[in-house]
Design a binder for this molecule. Structure first.
Ligand code: BJW
Ligand code: ZN
Length: 259
């Protein structure tokens, strides 16, 4: 085995896998310049208070503050590009008979890298909707131009019922989209390989998916430059940035049975 990151058992598990679940978090988009939440110094929650910005109560209290902050985040994503980690994950789908990509990310960088049928557990910055009647709101095509952290912007009103339009993300205390959560749980229960990439694995219920996979006998792999609570649980830890580790893993994997 030549790869510095992978051992033979791991590569055998990948090459023989029939159903793979890839769970991604903010770390996968970090190398595209999209900030994570909990990394020291650079994480969003180091600089901004989630209780003031990422709860339904915060939106009710100060909708303009919350909408402006999410517009700034949306602008950053629109200006970002997929990185080698997103591309490697898209490539992986061609190497296994069945792969489910479940993301906690609210950006569209997986889709822009070529991944299809991405399961978004925490919604999407580009899919705001009316908080009253749930009607989707169509955003203007141009990226907003906002300073760091955004500015207060009154949220738009729904064309159907005049209710307030809210960001299309899942805030603390809110339920996950039912269909996405069901699809993720089903994929975890069926997976023979589970890859957890770029997530701190502290936010529930997403962090519970790996337990379902372990219970079903899956080989588990974590890709992260930093320690997480999964350290003692996973079968393999690949320590390093996803944009380096994943292309390396694919090179070691080779073309795979499906060419
Ligand atoms: C790299 C890298 C590189 C860096 N390469 N890696 C049970 C117990 C305790 C609490 C709860 C519980 N059940 C529910 C809760 C409450 C809450 C929760 O989990 N809180 C915990 C924080 C304690 N969960 C909820 O409220 C959820 N709702 C729910 O469960 O409803 C029912 C219910 C409600 C209340 C009580 C009980 C049940 C909803 C959670 C919604 C999460 N929303 C957010 C914000 C989305 C909108 C937005 O974008 O603003 O989602 S929070 C934030 O965290 C965001 C992320 O998707 C999520 C996960 O973060 P992620 O992706 O892991 O990022 P980081 O920053 O944490 O980690 C990045 C990692 O990357 C790090 O490890 C780095 O090392 C690594 N990294 N560079 C690879 N280059
Ligand atoms: Zn409405």
């Amino acid at each position: 085995m030549k790869s510095g990151y992978c051992d033979g058992n791991l590569l055998t598990a990948l090459r023989e896998a029939r159903r793979v679940l890839v769970l991604t978090g903010a770390g996968v988009s970090a190398e595209s310049g999209v900030p994570t939440f909990r990394d020291s110094l650079v994480g969003l929650w180091e600089r901004y208070d989630p209780a003031e910005l990422a709860t339904p109560e915060a939106f009710r209290r100060d909708g303009a503050l919350v909408w402006g902050w999410y517009e700034w985040r949306r602008m950053r994503v629109m200006k970002a590009r997929p990185n080698p980690a997103h591309l490697a994950i898209a490539d992986m789908a061609d190497r296994v008979p069945s792969m489910t990509l479940v993301t906690q990310n609210v950006d569209d960088l997986h889709e822009r890298a070529g991944s299809r049928n991405v399961v978004h557990l925490h919604g999407n910055l580009a899919a705001p909707y009316c908080e009253r009647c749930k009607r989707p709101y169509e955003l203007p095509p141009a990226a907003p131009d906002l300073p760091e952290g955004g500015v207060c912007i009154e949220p738009p009103r729904c064309a159907g019922c005049s209710g307030l339009v809210r960001p299309g993300v899942v805030w603390f205390g809110e339920d996950l989209p039912q269909a996405a959560w069901q699809a993720a749980r089903d994929a975890a229960a069926r997976a023979d390989v589970f890859l957890s990439i770029g997530t701190s694995s502290v936010v529930q219920p997403a962090a519970s998916l790996i337990g379902i996979a372990v219970g079903a006998g899956a080989v588990t792999i974590q890709v992260n430059p930093n320690p997480t609570p999964l350290e003692g649980l996973v079968s393999h830890t690949l320590k390093g940035p996803a944009g380096t580790v994943l292309p390396e893993l694919l090179r070691a994997w080779g073309p795979g049975a499906r060419g």
